[in-house]
Write a protein that binds this ligand. Structure first.
Ligand code: ATP
Length: 431
């Protein structure tokens, strides 16, 4: 982890937040390369699960919703963790994170206060006065907007069951023990889908959708993030441990350097949310079957992905070292830069002119880096470290034959490609 954190800081993927003021505990800012990687992950997800499918549509809802939403969803009453305090050093921890009664901070044994329940929602006030009647919450998950907007989406998209509503956006949780870099922070992004289907007549009716999503989630990890499944585990949550809304949950866990921990989740939320919102709002949230005219509240399967944990797992899996040098083997689709363009020598205007034209042309379609400092070996190493899959060098021969050397990050193989074919070449490789 230390190597990943250092690389992220050194190369501008992720920095400590508010650093000039001494930071803010566990807040992180994405830098110029990190924001590209994160956006590429979100775009790949949106393309795969929204744009490429007929049965899922997207929304982008407000972060602060009517507080009644969180009463109906059960978050005001139930979204809490047990908090304990060490009587010796006064550090606070989530009770379920304490092992053998030992304080993770000072090592004292059995010195904890009794458990106190602590609600994880961030409170704020709407308007100029801080009165309880004005209390609102930053959303602790994106999911509720899909239920609250269900009727509007249904009426405007005219989708038929089964169909899903997807959203990517920020969520906020006042976590008691954030940490492990961007793994657990107080503000983070989620990519969530609520996939609605008719009232199941038996367990196999809903399990069918659950299984479909289970496979989709594994395929996303492998095919889109390019992360091998050897370190991914499915953890079936026991009935007694299930969240208040869930009938079945699987946590997809990953062997992070700090231990096996949750990457993503998949839950069968039944009709819990729509039913409660119908009751609380007094609005009809039923679906009317266009063939039978029958009205009912659909059930829902919820696959949920943390964006920041996706970034972290992608970085960890891609990180490799060769001869003491870092190579970030990111999938080309996710890499911040798709290629870097180099003039062989920085002081030859005829080389610069050709290289600059290639750079500007390719930039119309791809994120392209430019580097004319130091020797070619240093430039390769610098691009390897940030995961740039291809380096394009313009040399003196290029002026004659209108070809350039393209070097592949992972194999270090070089081939000569016609300048006029570079765009197509990169496009094919990235796909
Ligand atoms: P955990 O058990 O790790 O607290 P959770 O089960 O509460 O997570 P969910 O409510 O299922 O998490 O949230 C869905 C997804 O959002 C998680 O699988 C994870 O990827 C991401 N996530 C949740 N909490 C955080 C956080 N504090 N920081 C970063 N990502 C988070």
């Amino acid at each position: 982890m230390d190597k990943i954190v250092a690389l992220c800081k050194r190369r501008g993927f992720i920095f400590p937040g508010s650093e000039i003021y001494g930071g803010l505990s566990n807040s992180w800012d994405y830098g110029s390369l990190g924001v590209e990687l994160k956006n590429n992950i979100k775009q790949a997800w949106w393309k795969r699960f929204v744009q490429n499918r007929d049965d899922i549509v997207g929304i982008d809802a407000a972060l602060i919703m009517n507080p009644k939403v969180w009463e109906a969803s059960g978050h005001v009453a139930n979204f809490q963790d047990p908090l304990v305090e060490c009587k010796k050093c006064h550090s606070r921890f989530r009770a379920d994170n304490i092992k053998d009664g030992i304080c993770p901070n000072c090592g004292e044994k059995d010195s904890f206060t009794g458990e106190q329940m602590f609600n994880l929602m961030f409170k704020t006030f709407i308007g100029p006065t801080e009165e309880s009647s004005n209390t609102a919450y930053f959303r602790p998950e994106t999911a509720q907007a899909m239920f609250v907007d269900f009727k509007n989406v249904l009426d405007t998209s005219r989708k038929r069951l089964p169909f899903g509503i997807a959203q990517v956006g920020k969520a906020f949780r006042n976590e008691i023990t954030p940490g492990n870099f961007i793994f657990r922070t107080r503000e983070f992004e989620q990519m969530e889908i609520e996939y609605f289907f008719p009232t199941p007549q038996n367990d196999s009716d809903w399990n069918r959708y659950f299984e479909l999503w289970r496979k989709e989630m594994l395929s996303w990890i492998k095919d889109d993030l390019g992360v091998g499944l050897e370190k991914v585990y499915e953890h079936e949550i026991e009935a007694s441990e299930l969240a208040h809304y869930s009938k079945r949950t699987i946590d997809f866990e990953y062997d992070f350097p700090f231990g096996r921990s949750e990457l993503y989740g998949l839950a069968y939320r039944t009709d819990f949310d729509l039913r409660n919102h119908e009751k609380s709002s007094g609005q009809n949230l039923k679906y009317r079957d266009p063939d039978t005219n029958e009205e009912f509240i659909p059930h829902v399967i919820e696959p949920t992905w943390g964006v920041d944990r996706s970034v972290l797992v992608t970085l960890i899996d891609a990180y490799s070292e060769k001869d003491g040098k870092v190579i970030l083997k990111l999938k080309p689709k996710l890499a911040p830069y798709k290629a870097a363009v180099f003039p062989l020598l920085a002081n030859k205007p005829e080389l610069i002119k050709v290289a600059r034209k290639i750079y500007l042309d390719l930039k119309q379609d791809f994120m392209i880096a430019w580097d004319d400092r130091g020797n070619i070996g240093k430039r390769y190493a610098s691009q390897d470290e940030i995961g740039t899959p291809f380096c394009i060098t313009v040399d003196f021969q290029s002026l004659e034959d209108k070809m350039v050397t393209v070097r592949d990050r992972d194999s270090a193989k070089q081939e000569r490609i016609k300048i006029s074919e570079l765009r197509e070449y990169l496009g094919d490789k990235i796909k």
